[in-house]
Design a protein around this ligand. Sequence first.
Ligand code: NAG
Ligand code: NAG
Ligand code: NAG
Length: 414
Amino acid sequence: MMYQGFLVLLFCALSVLSQQIVSDPGVFGPSIELVHLYNDEFPSGIAVSASGRKFTNYPSNLDPNNTKYNVAELTSYDTEMPYPNAEINTPPGGQINYTTGSPVGANNQNYFINVQSVVIDAMDRLWILDAGRPSTLSGSGTLSSHGGVKLIGIDLSTNTVFTTIIFPATVAYPDSNFNDVRFDLRPSITASGQGVAYITDSSTEGRNGIVIVDLGTSLSWRHLDNAPQVHAERQSVPFIWGEAVYSIAGYGLPITRVLYGADGADGITLSADGETLYWTAVGSRYLYSVPTALLRDNSPTSELLAQASIVSHSVIGISDGLETDSNGLVYTGNFEQNAINIFDPASGMTRVFVRDPRIGWTDAMFIATDGYVYFTENQLWRTPSHFPGTERRVRPFALFRAKLPDNGTKVQLL
Ligand SMILES: *[C@@H]1O[C@H](CO)[C@@H](O)[C@H](O)[C@H]1NC(C)=O
Ligand SMILES: *[C@@H]1O[C@H](CO)[C@@H](O)[C@H](O)[C@H]1NC(C)=O
Ligand SMILES: *[C@@H]1O[C@H](CO)[C@@H](O)[C@H](O)[C@H]1NC(C)=O
């Protein structure tokens, strides 16, 4: 009996050991395809034209070594060419003006200083958003100069600039950081009939808000300045790839909690009908929106109405760039889960779209006419401006794409 009891115990122990313990599968949704490897400069945004041409920007505030080009066309699987040419990417005298008391971004209207975003609109035109605030080689930020902050339109058929919109000092403050931009070209929404652009100001110093530009008149104005919802959440700490992410605003400066000390409104996207603007702050897990009609309104009480109409769609995860497809689904980053999420405005629910261990800091997303969402993975939290303050990025950086559900494709607000 003793011997039989021993055998039963041994059998039980072995069967437990041989059983599979259920664990996180690590992947979910459609497989992601590698589209491009960035071996040279540190990338941020991505835009894909109707014919499949691809463009990326390389902000010089996030990496002061991004001095050879601010914008490039991806010419093969792993090569890039300054776009639209090398000259416009290399301002005479450099990106930074050292003749002033403390260094400031150069004021050149005709050159790229520090491009934060590239977007292709519904007319297949490339727009370049220049925040005008490069970092010095020692990693310190600069303030912008009037003329450095601008929105440049490029005709992709001729590869030439067709417009440059400069922002007045009442709209682009020296410590503004114009971060991302979305376009609505419907003639009916403005008197000038050329559409509008919406821009997030993710000012490191915390003067966050949304900027609106009438593309017909080049007039611009601000809304939602310093509303709590355009700011990061106090004391938030994101977790990426098992690491707590703290910020170090500059070399030798103290460790802070929220990313960039005060990093507010950053990712931005329009609803498929253009009537709602969504945004997130990188230092927040919440998704917010406001009716775009209230942003386009610049009458005396319009700011009261805009601030009173902000909607919280609750927690969606930590996200940088956002996108929307033709089915109305809003794509958001979810850094902490190696994922990209979908927020469905029709149900108010968030779900995971795709998960993959290669996904971490999804800096930008772009939905192209081929029915794919393209997204950059640039390891931004491993730059020296995050704890422990050392360089931990490993090249190459990557551009991926994933097929959209239910024949989703690019939204065309024309
Ligand atoms: C810039 O490049 C230099 C030379 O390769 C390197 O020593 C420095 O760490 C780089 N800086 C950043 C912020 O990557
Ligand atoms: C540099 O600053 C000086 C002094 O403000 C100004 O006159 C000059 O135009 C600036 N140059 C550039 C390229 O920003
Ligand atoms: C997607 O497109 C295919 C081919 O046109 C069509 O057969 C299918 O019904 C579409 N699916 C949805 C969900 O619209």
